[in-house]
Design a protein around this ligand. Structure first.
Ligand SMILES: Nc1ncnc2c1ncn2[C@@H]1O[C@H](COP(=O)(O)OP(=O)(O)OP(=O)(O)O)[C@@H](O)[C@H]1O
Length: 271
């Protein structure tokens, strides 16, 4: 078998990225919470098989934009989204879109690990069951194992699948939540500060995982950590006061950004 070296895989992925089609396209996206406008005509495209980091000072609208991508803002009373967002060719705000199906295609991992108070197995099998993705128990066992493998958690939990997910460490719980998102075969995974509740070792494991997941998924991550954005992403988008300031290759953003506000933010001059 022709095994590609790690650097060859990276190179192939980078090539794929530079040819990458836009998996999601956000056009003139504005968000209002009641009278308050939180986002101003944001035009941001998300490339396929790429990790895109959203950065910027607190309150600039990163999470608001992230939540637009799988209509999580629908769950917030008084929140109104205008503009257009597509996933492949589908307008995700179209009336005909099934939001439950959309959230399976565009999964989400939150700041605080939030496993269900159920077994590890049930945490993973729940989504595939409600979406009818398995025909029988053997099928489901396979989905559970594959999801945990992909989330780098299988060897740690394979002998305790029927114990509670909440009994795992914080870092393991977050990888369980990533496995749960993966189990319904999403195309895009949104992550809202997925490491902010984790210690440095657990953070390193999740970052490594994000890096690996890029081969199969499109990832958008909100982070407050410049180091994390630089480590895990290939594209970075900088927000300020509800506006998209700049979106660029991560390397360029951190060495030679186009906008002074990006420069100031990454140098720690504000935020
Ligand atoms: N549910 C809500 N109701 C009203 N206003 C909100 C709501 N959520 C966010 N906002 C406001 O919208 C603006 C953008 O908030 P958002 O949480 O998207 O920013 P952020 O960049 O993710 O911030 P942080 O880094 O602190 O999480 C802020 O002014 C915030 O106060």
């Amino acid at each position: 078998m022709n095994m590609m070296s790690e650097s060859a895989v990276e190179k192939a992925l980078d090539q794929k990225m530079s040819d990458a089609s836009h998996k999601m396209i956000g056009k003139d996206v504005s968000v209002y919470y009641g009278e308050k406008r939180a986002l101003f005509d944001v035009n941001l495209n998300v490339r396929e098989n790429t990790v895109t980091a959203l950065i910027g000072p607190s309150g600039c609208g990163k999470s608001t934009f992230l939540r637009c991508l799988n209509r999580m803002n629908d769950t917030i009373e008084n929140c109104r989204v205008t503009g257009k967002i597509t996933l492949d060719t589908d307008d995700i705000y179209d009336n005909n879109i099934d939001v439950v199906e959309l959230r399976a295609r565009v999964g989400m991992v939150f700041q605080k690990p939030n496993p269900f108070p159920k077994t590890i197995y049930e945490n993973i099998s729940y989504g595939p069951r409600i979406h009818g993705l398995s025909k029988n128990k053997a099928d489901m066992d396979q989905i559970v194992e594959a999801s945990l493998q992909r989330a780098g958690l299988w060897t740690e939990v394979k002998d305790r699948l029927h114990e509670s997910g909440t009994g795992l460490s914080g870092g393991q719980q977050q990888r369980l939540c990533i496995a749960r998102a993966i189990a319904v075969s999403p195309e895009v995974i949104l992550m809202d500060e997925p490491c902010s509740a984790l210690d440095p070792i657990a953070t390193a494991k999740v970052e490594e995982l994000i890096h690996e997941l890029r081969a199969n998924y499109t990832i958008v991550i909100v982070t407050h950590s410049m180091q994390q954005a630089a480590r895990v992403s290939q594209r970075t988008a900088m927000f300020h006061l509800g506006q998209l300031v700049e979106e660029n290759d991560t390397d360029k953003m951190f060495t030679n950004p186009d906008d002074q506000r990006t420069q100031d933010y990454i140098m720690g001059r504000f935020g």
